[in-house]
Design a protein around this ligand. Sequence first.
Ligand SMILES: N[C@@H](CCC(=O)N[C@@H](CS)C(=O)NCC(=O)O)C(=O)O
Length: 204
Amino acid sequence: MMKLYYTPGSCSLSVHIALHEAALPFSLCKVNLRAQPHTTEDGTIFSSINPKGYVPALQLDNGELLTEGPALVQYVADLAPEKQLAPANGTLARYRLQESLNFIATEIHKPFGPLWNAKATAEAKEAAWQQLSRRFDELNSHFSQQDWLLPQYSVADGYLFSCLNWTRFLHLSLEKWPALETFMQRITARPAVQAALQAEGLLG
Ligand SMILES: N[C@@H](CCC(=O)N[C@@H](CS)C(=O)NCC(=O)O)C(=O)O
């Protein structure tokens, strides 16, 4: 059975959601990112499992470890093609998915970094929020016209949700972007998202 190394509320939530959407069997292993060095719930030094030292990481059925969220969610989607979580490989639509995943990884996920960094100055945090705000403007106009990033729900939506959800923990409001707030409500209502949030202790 596949095993997902995750930390509640982190970017690994995207993969956790994809596994639930795909209705595949998997187990979870929690990683404590606050501990230095990072450790798993059974006390193993996480870098002995994933030398990159970060989540998400997915142990596949053949024992190999696969990392990098955008690769993982596509791997999971391709294991359950009937769920249509990713367009078929080789189609232009699949490149549209990869376009979205790369956009989220580089323009949304990583730019949140300074907002999480206790050593970042107030100026650095403000600059990061301004940069994210420009991306949110674009996303807000997209979601004013379309429910999902692609014409139908895909793993990219789960990834975007997982990153935007950080605004809750950071006490930052999305009210300037009403279509983005509606997107968050729409996706939160999905049973797979509820199941992942519940398992990570993030409901309520
Ligand atoms: N390039 C990786 C980045 C993953 C990442 O940023 N993981 C964060 C949590 S959201 C983490 O584990 N940080 C702890 C660390 O780097 O020590 C991916 O896209 O999967």
